[in-house]
Design a protein around this ligand. Structure first.
Ligand code: HEM
Length: 517
């Protein structure tokens, strides 16, 4: 009896100590301040301080006053902005276990769009789908798609030959057809593509849900629980449309792959490879495992046209054209480099890459100079945390100021200048720069498409340089049309529309384009 009561006393004492420590820990955290930031007004906090456009520039200025990790509060929601590479790694990579969630988008929940990886919460479901994408988009896996990327780039060159004024449409087609081929082995039709309509419709709904202020339920989530017959509940019917579209988007191309696998016509693709892998490991095939593949692929299909992935890649390729217009001397240097390798006999290939360090450096500088997602995609914190003596509570939204990281004058001197040489050694060799990967985000949510983007940018740049001269367009009087080189200030930064001339460098160059497309 006395042994038993002694043991109980010990357990009670231990429980008391654990509770006391937890209480003290929490009390200490509570007594800590949030990371420093601009002064807050009662209730609305920093609502009036948040700029609608070019916010990354304002946050960069705040960092000079308050430090690399700053915070603001909007209607009670804590938002932390991370402005340096070191802090981004400390939080989003070293503490990835608690910094990898995404802010909730209630309208997506209503549409049952948890399959859409970009916005999905950090759950086992997400991990499973993300693994499928990581496997399909890793360097060793995408190597087999290089011939396809090359062929699509050659088709792009041909389109530029016949309708150069439709530059942006051609870039969108290039990007979309690469993704559809990579994900489903599907050849996008030139006009009236049958998969286009579904994706466009789903995207329209997706965009409305993502852009702040567009879907009322995102701002006032409890509305989702009210009955549909109440006034103002129209979003519920819209959510049902979104759910149906989402299912169509996920299932239709997936079924196309399964059917073509059955009749033996399936081309290599992420979906086909994932299904083959599943056959090896999962017997009998479970519906859940197939569904995960369909949904992971659907996320890329959605992204092919979406606000997010499409705009990013299109923006980067447009920047390439802008750079050629603004800096003709760099275009000439890059042309000389590619000419020395291909000697006008053929179009560039991936195997030429090691011999084209200046072009590689130019592509890297395109990604750095006008990084297309200056604030990345927000993460959220799933547990209370302390960083550098400051309290970061569970639920905090963490925004990475990728712009500030890539325009840090200590790392990239004269950061606003376009200088490919910063990625070259004194001997003209390519310099490894781990900080540049910040352009694709951090930690577990880092962009899985990054290797594909680098491959695409390289082959597009080298092929363009080998065949075209890009310069200022002329007005009716034959005068150069000025190009400002301005960018939009929204969450995905885009070159403001500009005109340029795109002319084959020679008859032989035009001949190469025809011969290869
Ligand atoms: C210039 C082009 C691109 C840039 C700069 C870019 C950048 C980014 C960034 C900053 C993120 C957020 C990372 C984070 O949360 O920390 C992201 C996420 C993502 N990107 Fe990209 N991206 C590009 C193109 C692509 C392409 C071509 C694909 C598909 C093949 C892709 C697929 C994705 C996906 C699926 C996510 C969500 C990852 C997740 O939440 O787990 N991206 N990207």
């Amino acid at each position: 009896m006395s042994i038993l009561s002694g043991a109980l006393d010990l357990i009670a004492l231990m429980a008391f100590i654990i509770l006391f420590c937890a209480f003290e820990h929490r009390r200490k955290q509570r007594s800590l301040h949030y990371p420093p930031g601009p002064p807050r007004l009662p209730i609305i906090g920093n609502l009036l301080d948040v700029p609608k456009v070019w916010s990354w520039l304002v946050y960069q200025e705040w960092a000079k006053v308050y430090g690399d990790v700053t915070s603001m509060q909007i209607l009670g929601q804590v938002i932390v902005v991370v402005n340096s590479y070191a802090a981004a790694r400390d939080l989003l990579e070293k503490k990835a276990a608690i910094y990898s969630d995404r802010p909730a988008v209630p309208f997506f929940d209503l549409m049952k769009w948890s399959w859409f990886i970009v916005a999905a919460p950090y759950t086992n479901e997400w991990r499973h789908r993300r693994k499928i994408l990581d496997r399909g988009l890793r360097p060793n896996a995408i190597v087999q798609h290089r011939p396809m990327q090359k062929q699509k780039t050659h088709d792009f060159l041909r389109r530029l030959l016949t309708r150069p004024e439709e530059l942006r449409a051609h870039i969108e087609h290039l990007q979309g057809s690469i993704i559809m081929s990579l994900v489903y082995g599907y050849e996008t039709q030139e006009d009236n593509d049958s998969y286009l309509k579904t994706a466009l419709d789903a995207n329209e709904i997706g965009q409305r849900a993502m852009i702040p202020g567009n879907a009322i339920v995102n701002d006032i989530p409890f509305l989702a629980r009210l009955p549909e017959w109440l006034p103002g509940m129209g979003f519920k019917a819209e959510a049902r449309v979104g759910e149906r579209l989402g299912q169509k988007l996920v299932n239709r191309p997936f079924n196309f792959v399964k059917k073509s696998m059955r009749d033996g016509s399936a081309r290599p693709s992420i979906t086909r490879e994932s299904l083959l892998e599943l056959e090896k490991t999962d017997t009998p095939k479970s519906e859940d495992a197939e569904r995960a593949i369909a949904e992971a692929s659907g996320s890329l299909y959605m992204g092919k046209l979406g606000y997010f992935i499409r705009r990013m890649t299109v923006s980067a390729i447009l920047t390439l054209f802008l750079v050629f217009v603004l800096y003709p001397e760099m275009q000439q240097r890059a042309q000389a480099e590619v000419d020395a390798v291909i000697e006008g006999q053929r179009l560039p290939d991936y195997c030429d890459r090691p011999k084209l360090p200046y072009i590689e450096a130019l592509c890297k500088e395109v990604l750095r100079w006008r990084n297309v997602a200056p604030l990345g995609v927000p993460h959220t914190v799933t547990q209370d945390d302390v960083y550098d003596g400051c309290f970061i509570p569970k639920g905090t939204i963490v925004v990475t100021n990728i712009w500030a990281i890539l325009h840090d004058a200590r790392v990239y001197p004269e950061p606003d200048l376009f200088k490919p040489e910063r990625f070259l050694t004194a001997d003209g060799l390519l310099r490894d720069d781990p900080i540049l990967t910040s352009v694709f985000g951090f930690g577990k949510r880092i962009c899985p498409g990054r290797h594909l983007v680098e491959n695409t940018l390289f082959i597009v740049a080298a092929s363009l340089l080998a065949t075209y001269s890009i310069g200022k367009a002329k007005d009716v009087q034959g005068k150069d049309i000025a190009v400002e080189g301005a960018y939009t200030g929204g969450s995905i930064s885009f070159p403001v529309d500009f005109k340029c001339s795109i002319i084959p460098r020679s008859v032989a160059a035009a001949g190469l384009i025809h011969a290869n497309s």
